[in-house]
Design a protein around this ligand. Structure first.
Ligand code: ZN
Length: 384
């Protein structure tokens, strides 16, 4: 009887385990219908062979993903080197108002908008760079999904506008060349108001919810998807943040953030599907090691006094700029006030304690005297 029960339990457990491995393998299967095709051509960077859930696997499957100039990175503001010779970026042809239609696609890894090469960066680099596409990286409501981080802090999302060097025929040719690509990146935060420019893309999300689906959206001014201030940026040499991770990207990350409403961000996080029925989210690569690379900044870090009055919340239009040295440099106005009040409170407490101590001493002296009297008196009385 006991043996029978044991056998039943054993079989039931096996079934559960089998079920689990089946479901996990089917989740691994996401996008695996392309696996067979890929096996024939391993060298080609097939978009569906990789996933964000196992980024370590990229290193073995794609040689460059193991390189020493990978992206994204954490931008440590105190270590960024101010380079006043960095030329400001000048854009041309970004206003696509009246353009008949831009293709918006869900490619299973991101939301991508194709761009005409009439859009270009005319100043800021040694060559003119032509736009090819823009796309986004995001997380979930709990997990902020920017790729780059500032002092180890993620932003809710990130936009990348990808350009290629005009000396090459197209982006595929440029992608593997050392001076091939220039990506303009912007951090996306949450603001109080709806961002009408982002809405031009986000309002079409439901049309591309299925992987590999696309739609046409009317042209608009793409410049408005980037921060107002393009003068403050970080610059470093890095790579594509997806396989094949070619180390051919001249990165520009703008200091000022773009804001969208909480609702808009939620739409980006919750609408798109990857594979059969999986949500397309958390499509960001973890920050990579610098391996001695230097991060330049186009602006100087502000002195700490100015630093105290730059917190422009609410809205988080800019992230707090952390200064180069000194304890107070990293403190916000709120922190300083808190410390001041804390110190004031501590001093008051100390003063009160001293007063109380003195009073107590006086009282206890008096008490001691009276007690002595009390003790003494009967004694004397007895003696008497
Ligand atoms: Zn990207």
């Amino acid at each position: 009887m006991l043996l029978k029960l044991f056998i039943i339990l054993f079989l039931a457990q096996n079934q559960v385990l089998a079920g689990e491995s089946l479901s996990s393998s089917s989740s691994e299967e996401d996008g695996s219908s392309e696996h067979d095709d890929d096996e024939h051509d391993k060298s080609s960077s097939h978009e569906h062979r990789w996933g964000y859930h196992d980024q370590e696997a990229w290193r073995s499957a794609y040689h460059d993903c193991n390189g020493k100039s990978q992206s994204p990175i954490d931008i440590e503001t105190s270590k960024a080197i101010y380079d006043r010779s960095l030329p400001p970026i000048q854009l041309e042809g970004y206003d696509l108002t009246g353009h008949p239609g831009l293709t918006l696609i869900n490619n299973g890894h991101t939301l991508k908008l194709s761009l005409p090469n009439s859009m270009r960066i005319v100043k800021g680099f040694d060559e003119v760079y032509l736009a090819a596409q823009l796309h986004f990286h995001w997380g979930t409501i709990e997990v902020p999904g920017s790729e780059h981080t500032i002092d180890n802090v993620h932003f809710p999302a990130e936009i990348h506008v990808v350009h290629y060097n005009s000396k090459y025929a197209n982006i595929s040719e440029a992608a593997s060349k050392p001076d091939g690509l220039a990506v303009l990146g912007g951090f996306i935060g949450i603001g109080l108001h709806e961002n009408k420019n982002y809405e031009r893309i986000l309002s079409s999300l439901t049309d591309v919810s299925i992987e590999e689906s696309n739609t046409q959206i009317p042209g608009f001014n793409i410049r408005h998807l980037l921060p107002n201030n393009l003068e403050k940026f970080y610059r470093y040499n890095g790579s594509l943040t997806t396989p094949p991770c070619f180390q051919t990207v001249n990165w520009t990350m703008f200091n000022d953030t773009i804001t969208v409403s909480r609702k808009q961000l939620a739409a980006l996080e919750d609408t798109l599907k990857a594979g059969q029925n999986q949500l397309l989210s958390k499509n960001f690569r973890a920050p990579q090691l610098l391996h001695g690379r230097r991060v330049l900044s186009s602006f100087s870090v502000l002195p700490s006094v100015e630093g105290a009055n730059i917190d422009t919340f609410p809205g988080a239009e800019t992230f707090p700029r952390v200064k180069t040295s000194g304890t107070f440099d990293t403190l916000s106005r709120g922190d300083i006030l808190a410390i001041a009040f804390g110190a004031l409170f501590a001093m008051t407490l100390l003063g009160f304690s001293l007063y109380a101590y003195q009073q107590r001493k006086k009282y206890s002296k008096f008490k001691k005297d009276s007690r002595q009297n009390v003790i003494y008196k009967p004694a004397t009385k007895e003696e008497v």
